[in-house]
Design a protein around this ligand. Structure first.
Ligand code: FPP
Length: 243
């Protein structure tokens, strides 16, 4: 019988924030002679299940990589499929978010998205802004280097306008100019499908996070896999650079 990972967890040291790279949708589909798009569709269902599982065990923030700045270079058909999946996903999530007190936020440069999608994002962010039970942060057209460049521009603008002095720039000031300014740093990064790279994801914010990699492809990831990752996190000794 497989282990019940949920029961193994120390409920007093659940990570507050997990970051997830939902990788392997394409390979999951190929293994089943399906189109890549079907992998993404299944992956979207997995996200819903994993969100429910995260809420159940007491995680407060989950940041997921839905579309990277590099993903624009995929075939046009796949890009537009992913954009449509986001549209549908946001509609579905809006309902769940209203029922379950979930706050939805988006990080990334959304200026490049279609107007209707931008509007959908603005609406769902506004409608859920006072929710407190769980924070789902969706990274769309997100790239960490792009985020840092945009933050540097904002800092420079503050200096130009006289509201900030060069000597006042420190890590806290940088934090407050990043897209993630409202969230604590992730404690745990999970990447599925066997790849062990950061792929330009939250480079600044993951400075002290634990990393968990699994061979499981994202559409096959589930609640128990999430609890297993947290169990593994709880076995790590986080020292933040101290001894
Ligand atoms: C990576 O798999 C996955 C993506 C680029 C897309 C992830 C998006 C979703 C799961 C939908 C999210 C929906 C909402 C509403 C947030 P891949 O295509 O790189 O897989 P491969 O490496 O096997 O080719």
């Amino acid at each position: 019988m497989s282990k019940n990972w949920y029961n193994e967890l120390d409920k007093n040291s659940i990570p507050k924030h997990i970051a997830v790279i939902m990788d392997g949708n394409g390979r999951w589909a190929r293994e089943r002679n399906k189109l890549r798009m079907e992998g993404h569709k299944e992956g979207s269902k997995t996200l819903k299940k994993v969100t429910d599982a995260a809420i159940r065990c007491g995680i407060k923030y989950m940041t997921v990589y839905a579309f990277s700045t590099e993903n624009w270079s995929r075939p046009e058909k796949e890009v537009s499929y992913l954009m449509n999946l986001l549209r549908q996903g946001l509609d579905k999530y809006r309902k769940d978010a209203m029922d379950s007190d979930i706050k939805i936020s988006v990080i990334g440069d959304i200026s490049r998205l279609d107007d209707d999608l931008k509007k959908k994002i603005a609406n769902v962010v506004k409608a859920t802004q006072h929710h407190r039970t769980f924070n789902l942060v969706i990274a769309i057209n997100y790239g960490s280097r792009d985020e840092i460049v945009r933050a540097v521009k904002k800092v420079s603008q503050d200096i130009k306008e006289g509201s900030l002095m060069v000597d006042e720039i420190d890590e806290h000031v940088m934090d407050k100019h990043l897209d993630t300014k409202d969230f604590p740093d992730p404690d745990l990064l999970i990447r599925t499908s066997g790849e062990q790279r950061l792929s330009n994801y939250l480079l600044w914010q993951l400075a002290y996070a634990e990393f968990y990699f699994t061979e499981t492809k994202w559409p096959d990831f589930d609640a128990e896999e999430l609890y297993k990752a947290i169990y593994y996190y709880q076995t790590r000794d986080r020292r933040f650079g101290a001894i």
